[in-house]
Design a protein around this ligand. Structure first.
Ligand SMILES: Nc1ncnc2c1ncn2[C@@H]1O[C@H](COP(=O)(O)OP(=O)(O)OP(=O)(O)O)[C@@H](O)[C@H]1O
Ligand SMILES: [Mg+2]
Length: 609
């Protein structure tokens, strides 16, 4: 059953007799009107502001008009794709409108957040709330198809399935879309069918999602507000993790086991892997960098195939974002910055989805610009602005015809031979952990994430099977960040609860001695500095600085980060630029930051940073 939207004209992937028994939002053909003034005809056609609303500072250009080659070349791949695609879409549509957005059934639903355009002209979203149950539903709004269009869609899909060869590795979807349109024209004329532009483009929308995109979940995959998309089985609505609304039900459901099974197989193929009854569990990376976890059939997940996609962020979160989220304070970020510069080894630990990888990536932006960096991961998540960076990825043998499988351990050993200045390991779990700690013990600056909730839990995990690291090696680890999902004022959010230094070992009890440099106080939602840090001593020894000088250094860096936060300068390239500038010559940038902070604080008193 379609959960929130009833599309009387149906969706093409579904059999035409599949009509919802009880529409929750009705779409009456006679009173279809676009009520929203903001997205009135003209503006919705030209409005591409949505593309850039997540982008930070430097990319916030209005790109309604033509851009020159140079600007185009500077755009990020996805941004360029969207720009070119929009242009192509506009040319194809020639000013026609594909459909009117259906109104909601006001007896049962109320609008919680009105129309947001995802793919201009083609797809939109809206958040609606059930008046009775108060449940929020994320509605994916896509072009409706008439019976004739549904028939043509079916015909074209089967023709194309046998005849289309798309180069998906190239990932230039704009070229692929052009080819798809051309093939559609060819098969339509072969069948002697003539359709108008609007029908053609409506059918094209579904075919391009099917062949080039993510089919039924396309809208969510394209929505920049979406963090996760997950499906728990047949007949259960797809759930998303929305940046603003957190876990939210959607209007999209896979109705049939077969449809869902095929979809999961398709996702696996797209990531170059294989899923089946024989190999029903899959962990993979989709071409756009998103992370995929899937199960196949009813053997291991009784409700049918399932999947979770953690979407790849085009703009990774930076320290400035984390400061704005209050995951940590500017002073803590400054401390981490110094820790990076002075070669502390670090581990970010926490539960599932506590934000470990994100924090690790944000910390890496503090690495001085030309340092040699090697990252080692199972799935590609790290995004660094550095040029001297080798990104290593493990490989499973399963499902591949040739080639050896390469695990983390092998990659790590190879990486160490290349003498990186900084080595970043996605997540340690198995035998590679020993290699990481051996490397740390020899002074190799290494960062990693680990799944554990406290320092004692980390030590326990490390010292016991399958990892079995001797305690003496654990002392090679300098700094542990304990991150968690917590509730603040009844809202779920993320905090670095403790920044803990591993100081040494008690000679008598052999216990590990640690020092909490910063601690989060849940009652006040504030961070407290203990007044003491091993890192300070290390810097004093090395540079001959006094405590006051180091404290000043922390304040300077904290103010620079604060300044970026007040300016909403969150883009990772931009953050890295400022960090580099600071490394080159800190004084002018600190002065500028302090000067501007005074007025910025008055402009945004609510930020309280
Ligand atoms: N500090 C934060 N504030 C808000 N959202 C965050 C924060 N850190 C991470 N996120 C978001 O939370 C999700 C999970 O983050 P991330 O992948 O870093 O977690 P993780 O702990 O590494 O997860 P896993 O256990 O699966 O490895 C991502 O969508 C990310 O964008
Ligand atoms: Mg992770």
């Amino acid at each position: 059953m379609e959960m929130a939207t009833d599309r009387p004209e149906g969706k093409p992937e579904e059999a035409s007799d599949d009509v919802s028994e009880e529409p929750m939002i009705s779409m009456d053909k006679d009173d279809i009107v676009l009520k929203d003034k903001k997205t009135g005809k003209k503006r919705s056609v030209l409005d591409i502001g949505w593309l850039f609303k997540k982008g930070a500072g430097i990319t916030k250009l209005a790109r309604d008009e033509e851009v020159d080659e140079e600007t185009l070349a500077e755009m990020k791949p996805m941004e360029r794709l969207r720009y070119r695609r929009k242009k192509q879409d506009r040319e194809q549509l020639k000013g026609h409108k594909l459909y009117e957005i259906p109104p909601i059934n006001e007896a049962e639903w109320e609008i919680f957040e009105d129309i947001d355009t995802i793919r201009p002209y083609y797809s939109h979203t809206r958040l609606v709330r059930n008046k009775r149950t108060k449940e929020l539903v994320y509605e994916a709004i896509e072009p409706p198809l008439t019976d004739e269009e549904k028939y043509l869609h079916g015909y074209l899909k089967s023709q194309l399935e046998h005849n289309i060869e798309l180069d998906r590795t190239d990932a230039d979807e704009v070229e692929n879309e052009l080819r798809l349109r051309n093939l559609m024209r060819k098969f339509l004329s072969q069948a002697g069918k003539k359709v108008d532009i609007v029908s053609f483009e409506r059918i094209f929308y579904y075919l391009s999602n099917y062949f080039l995109g993510y089919g039924k979940i396309q809208v969510m995959m394209e929505d920049p507000e979406m963090e996760d998309v997950s499906c728990d089985g047949t007949g259960i609505p797809i759930f998303v993790f929305h940046r603003k609304y957190k876990n939210t039900r959607t209007s999209v459901v896979f109705e049939e086991d077969e449809e869902l099974d095929d979809f999961v197989v398709g996702l696996a193929q797209r990531s170059g892997k294989h899923i089946s009854i024989m190999h029903p569990i899959l962990d993979a990376t989709l071409p756009d960098g998103s992370r995929l976890n899937a199960t196949y059939g009813k053997e291991i997940t009784t409700k049918g195939s399932s999947f979770t996609i953690r979407k790849f962020k085009e703009d990774p979160l930076t320290m400035v974002n984390l400061i704005l989220f209050k995951t940590l304070s500017p002073e803590m970020a400054a401390h981490l910055w110094l820790a990076v510069q002075y070669g502390d080894t670090m581990m970010v630990s926490g539960g599932t989805a506590s934000g470990k990888t994100t924090t690790l990536n944000a910390i890496s932006h503090f690495i001085p610009p030309s340092s040699k960096i090697i990252t080692i991961e199972d799935t590609r998540e790290m995004q660094l602005p550095h040029l001297n960076w080798i990104a290593g990825l493990t490989r499973e043998k399963k499902g591949e015809v040739t080639g050896q499988s390469i695990d983390m351990y092998t990659l790590l050993v190879a990486a160490l031979r290349q003498r990186p200045e900084y080595m970043i390991v996605g997540e340690v779990r198995g035998k590679e952990t020993m290699a990481v700690f051996q490397a740390m013990a020899t002074g190799q600056v290494t960062y990693a994430t680990i799944h554990a909730d406290s320092v004692s839990a980390i030590v326990h995990r490390l010292e016991n099977p399958p990892i079995n690291i001797p305690r003496i090696l654990i002392l090679g680890l300098n700094l542990v960040l304990l991150q968690a999902q917590v509730r603040v004022k009844n809202k779920r959010t993320r905090r670095i609860k403790d920044l803990v230094e591993i100081v040494g070992q008690d000679p008598v009890s052999q216990e590990i001695i640690s020092n909490k440099v910063y601690t989060w106080n849940p009652a006040k939602d504030e961070f407290r500095f203990s007044g003491h840090s091993n890192l300070y001593e290390k810097i004093m020894d090395r540079e001959g600085f006094t405590t006051e000088e180091i404290t000043e250094e922390i304040h300077n860096r904290a103010d620079v980060l604060r300044w970026l936060a007040y300016k909403d300068e969150t883009n990772y390239q931009e953050v890295a630029n400022v960090v580099n500038e600071y490394y080159r010559n800190s004084k002018p940038i600190v002065e500028r930051a302090r000067k501007e902070l005074t007025s910025l604080r008055l402009e945004r008193p609510e930020l309280k940073l």
